[in-house]
Design a protein around this ligand. Structure first.
Ligand SMILES: C[S@@+](CC[C@H](N)C(=O)[O-])C[C@H]1O[C@@H](n2cnc3c(N)ncnc32)[C@H](O)[C@@H]1O
Length: 327
């Protein structure tokens, strides 16, 4: 066996160990069982997320695409040069093309997508390789680990533009979002930029159908997390015994996705060395998507060490693209 394939096996084993630890930690919480949303994105989850983005009810992706179509040139024209681009949770990078093409007009650019889903990263590399003057070096890493690596590689005088699109920041619960932005700011230098996509508060029925579509794609995306635990950790979740649920939490102004147990049942997860009892109607909380107000974004920028240089708003869906500069 070659050294590289042994290394790949060790890495794979430690990822599975980490997955088992986090599943066990989340499912043994005393009040509310939870699973980290990052595990929604295995190859099946990443493919389902692409379909979600095309659903008529999920207006978020199209709104951000409209904003970038209208303003990509204006955004990049405000950046100091030369600039290196890092993107957190890039997914397949479809919307990013608009920014990269605008940047490619005035400089050759390094673009570093940072993604935990190797499947999404592989699609991105294939889809964006035709853009002239853009060199892609991706990192299959967690957000801030990847960003530290990019920051460490930058040459003196180069500025960093961090992209965090798709309102993925809203997946951090409560204070975790501003803690994350503060940690991100620590990695940057004054004058670096963050382009942050944020979904805005809107009527609850619109939000619920965005996260519980009639075709059932979002339900499949959510349930795939249990299927992934079956595949990778040898568990015996019976998928028809769990139902997708999307609720709006008024207090946190977040859509929460849950998986509700349809009966009293026990599930065994051998790789995590646990058996879990579920009561009828008990839920597993799998993802939050916080919805923002304009004032909240201004104070969030200030509290995380940035100032908001400009904000572009899509009024038809309710989505903001925010250009923040590190102070
Ligand atoms: C909501 S999707 C957004 C994708 C894309 N940015 C867009 O706007 O369509 C979140 C992406 O972040 C990735 N992701 C989730 N948690 C991550 C983490 N901790 N570190 C790196 N990537 C992560 C997922 O694999 C997924 O592709």
């Amino acid at each position: 066996m070659s050294k590289t394939s042994t290394q790949a096996q060790i890495t794979r084993a430690s990822l599975v160990r980490q997955f088992a630890l986090e599943v066990s930690g989340g499912l043994t919480k005393p009040w509310q069982k939870e699973l980290p949303s990052k595990y929604l994105y295995d190859p099946v989850g990443s493919a389902l997320f692409e379909v979600i983005c095309a659903l008529p009810e999920y207006g978020l992706t199209r709104a951000e695409e409209r904003l970038l179509q209208l303003h990509a040139r204006e955004i990049v024209d405000q950046l100091p040069r030369p600039v290196v681009v890092a993107e957190l949770g890039s997914g397949t990078g479809r919307k990013t093309r608009l920014l990269l093409e605008a940047l490619a007009r005035w400089q050759s650019t390094w673009y570093h997508p940072i993604e935990i889903s190797p499947a999404a990263l592989a699609v991105l590399r294939r889809e964006l390789r035709d853009i002239n003057s853009i060199s892609i070096v991706g990192f299959e890493r967690e957000y801030l680990d990847g960003l530290r690596e990019v920051a460490a590689r930058r040459a003196p005088g180069e500025h960093l533009l961090v992209l965090f699109l798709g309102s993925t920041i809203g997946n951090f619960d409560g204070a975790a979002g501003s803690d994350f932005l503060r940690q991100l700011r620590q990695i940057l230098q004054p004058g670096d930029s963050l382009l942050l996509g944020t979904d805005m508060l809107k009527p609850v029925p619109t939000l619920i159908s965005a996260y519980d579509d009639p075709v059932g794609v979002t339900a499949a995306f959510n349930l795939n997390l249990l299927a992934r635990i079956n595949r990778e950790l040898g568990a015996d979740f019976k998928l028809p015994q769990f139902k997708h649920l999307a609720v709006f939490n008024e207090e946190t102004r977040s859509i929460e996705m849950h998986l509700r147990s349809c009966s009293r049942q026990k599930v065994t997860i051998p790789e995590a060395s646990i058996s879990i009892q579920f009561e009828k109607n008990e839920t597993i909380w799998t993802e939050s998507s916080h919805k923002y107000s304009p004032e909240e974004l201004i104070s969030l920028a200030r509290h995380s060490g940035f100032h908001c240089q400009e904000q572009w708003m899509d009024q038809s869906w309710g989505f903001a693209e925010n250009l923040w500069i590190a102070e």
